[in-house]
Design a protein around this ligand. Structure first.
Ligand SMILES: O=C(O)CCC(=O)C(=O)O
Length: 353
């Protein structure tokens, strides 16, 4: 944990003529910043700038050292630090492999090796031939979508450019559009992140879209075909879509049918350095990490691979990923692994960090 980053001050108010009281909001702020090892002087600067008396602020900071609630928090913090060091040591071992920085591409992996090396061994992998007999590979195109399904309404994500947290707020970005018009918009609109038909659309659960599933051929040996309709998703959008850094709560395959995507990955063992204070999301943008706000990210190793048309990305459990479309893209993801693939994560919900 960085020693000098201050938490934002509580509830900004206009500075009043008289010194503001050190209320519970400020006491919590003092406790949190002491837990983050912030220096007394930097805390005092923030407190006095907000209109608090310097003498009272200093006394509150000193008193905190014997506050029973603060002492209890310190014990929990120590346990958390221990757990973090366990993860950090394990990550160090993973990174000591000369192969760690490279996402493997392989044409075929036998089932047992797949489970041992990639599922249990927790390694991202690109299967280059897993979709070789899929009719989708020759059939699917934006024009084909329009011809076969253009008259149907679908749910997309829209007006994303106006909202820095478009993925976290995805329910607010749902719009229903005619698929044919959306195809036209994608083809004419050029590179943009403003609109994207993502997995949220659930089109594959609708009988009208069942022909799409017929275009899926042999699945990797590890998958259960009987579960495909229930556990698959369809993605379509322009070049330039960006799915921000997050982790999923299961393992999945993602087959690129049209266009390329750039996938970047971070090990689940690096979670303590990703400021994961809201559900499965990290506020870090891998294209422009802000090391002043997120200094712990500085030592995080990012893996990268470009997934080409016809290739299938395997995403092991809990790996963080940020995904960018490099071209107009059509892809198909599925989580119907024939091994246990439902996991429980205790979600972080600390909204005001
Ligand atoms: O393809 C994308 O834009 C994102 C895919 C993804 O993040 C996922 O399936 O979890």
């Amino acid at each position: 944990m960085n020693a000098s980053t201050l938490m934002p001050a509580p509830r900004p108010r206009e500075i009043e003529a008289e010194a503001r009281p050190i209320d519970n909001g400020w006491l919590q702020w003092v406790a949190e910043n002491k837990l983050r090892n912030c220096a007394m002087e930097s805390m005092l600067q923030t407190m006095t700038a907000a209109g608090l008396s310097r003498a009272e602020s200093e006394a509150a900071i000193v008193r905190m050292d014997s506050d029973p609630a603060y002492l209890a928090a310190k014990r929990y913090q120590q346990m958390q630090r221990k757990f973090e060091s366990v993860l950090a040591n394990q990550q160090k071992l993973w990174e000591s492999s000369p192969h760690y920085g490279r996402v493997e591409k392989r044409s075929h992996v036998p089932r047992d090796e797949f489970i041992e090396r990639y599922v249990r061994g927790s390694r991202p992998l690109v299967l280059t031939e897993a979709a070789r007999d899929w009719p989708a590979r020759t059939r699917w195109s934006p024009q084909d979508l329009k011809t076969r399904f253009g008259h149907l309404d679908v749910e997309i994500q829209a007006e994303r450019n106006a909202d820095a947290n478009y993925e976290q707020n995805k329910l607010e970005h749902r719009r229903t559009v005619r698929l044919g018009s959306f195809v036209d918009q994608v083809l004419a609109g050029g590179a943009t992140n403003d609109y994207y038909l993502t997995a949220n659309n659930e089109v594959l659960r609708r009988p009208e879209f069942a022909p799409l599933l017929k275009d899926i051929g042999t699945l990797p040996e590890i998958c259960d075909p009987a579960q495909l309709a229930q556990r698959s998703s369809f993605w379509f959008g322009p070049a330039g879509t960006r799915t921000p850094l997050h982790h999923d709560t299961l393992m999945l395959m993602h087959t690129q049918i049209v266009g390329r995507k750039r996938w970047r990955f971070i090990s689940p063992l690096e979670t303590p350095k990703l400021y994961n204070h809201f559900r499965v999301y990290s506020p870090i943008d891998l294209d422009a990490p802000d090391l002043v706000r997120h200094p712990d990210f500085a030592s995080v190793k990012v893996l990268e691979v470009i997934v080409e048309p016809g290739e299938t990305m395997f995403l092991p459990l809990g790996w963080w990923h940020q995904v960018t479309s490099l071209d107009v893209s059509l892809s198909f993801s599925y989580s119907n692994l024939a091994i246990p693939n439902d996991f429980t994560y205790v979600n972080a919900e600390i909204h005001n960090w």
